[in-house]
Design a protein around this ligand. Sequence first.
Ligand code: SF4
Length: 447
Amino acid sequence: MKKIFVKNTYDIKLSDKPSNQVIDQTKITKVALIPDNIPNTKPRLLKKVGEKVQIGTPVYVDKKNDALCFLSPGSGTISDIQYGKRRKIEKVIINLDKEETFVEFEKVSNEAELNNISRDSLVDLLVKGGLWSLFVEYPFGLPPKKETVAPAIYLSLDEDEPHSVNSEVILDGSISDLKFGIKILEKLTNEVNVSIRQDNPIKDQLSSVVTHEVYGDYPANKPGTVLFYDKKDMTKNKSWGIYAQDLLRIVQLFKSGRYPIERVVTIAGPRVRQSSHYKIREGSAVSEIVQLKDSEKEVRYIFGGVLTGRSSGDDGFIGYKEYSINVLNDDYQPELVPFVKLGFDKHTFGKTYFSWLLNKPDWQMNTSLNGGERSCINCSICPNVCPMDILPQFLMKSVLANDVEESMSQGLLDCVECGLCDYVCPSKIELTSIVQEKKLDLYKEIS
Ligand code: SF4
């Protein structure tokens, strides 16, 4: 087993950590599909308002990559399609029937059947079953084209962004499914790398499949980070990445022949009545699955990771590839003369506030930035949290100057979009979105 030591990682100690108890929250009346959940998707609708769908009916496909086909996570009637600016589709809402029905797909339920199926048929099954978009292809971090073959696939068993799902919970009782999933990946590529957090208590049970042991906090366990530390040359640059829970969804599709709609997510944060793991359905509305402590106050929901997620109000729905909902106070009132206060109640990375003296075990967060965006002052705090050997402030400047060559040499394509440089920036600059946008522009240019 290869050891990977990731430097400059960071564990933000958040309060209201989700417990390992799994609470069933699958009884709901509506679901929604959110196209924005997968970047660079331009949806072409296949259904209209009023039409009936089953679980697994295609609802839209990406206009440029028809392997990205998104299926209905519910059986019922399309009740609303909501559009944003420039007629961009934001939500497709489906009201569920009492008795739900499924589209049936071909089953591949054991290793013998898997050995008899060709790679092309396997890819077709993943595309028709709506799960091709679970893979990301590096360096752009977008779903691959179905014609491509990855030089290697990096499967990460752990998510380490604060308040992410715990792999002990999702793999409980599913280790044989995970091993079957690894066999599926082996049909897709010649090299499958499986990484696990070095202190994961279930490491021994998986010793026959794990190839990499990872040392470090967030974002050490991102598949892109493991790839960066593992690769010896450029041949692996276009490898794919996937997380364990995504792979278990693929196994469910293959074994049951039905589109998998249930998953375990975390719902956590200072406003949640019980921060825990929850079994929910894809596309659930927060109004139906999140119990708030005090429903009078303003609240913000972050879907899919406290640092990298998508935010929404109380009309939000969890997306196709989101496994956590963080619920934060959004009723922050501006402070009077904040600069004369010592900030004992504010978390700090760069010792801006005196709170660093307290050594508190965890911190309760809200949505306040504690100040507005200012110019970069070259404080050089951000390189201390970048695990990819990037100097984020110089990368940002070359991106803003539209100097592609310099941006590439500053590590544009190595960035795993972890969001840590945004979090620690005292000037509140959103470096990650600047880098993300440039990467997307570059992808569009070359593809
Ligand atoms: S540049 Fe920022 S977002 Fe990218 S890997 Fe480094 S810290 Fe993370």
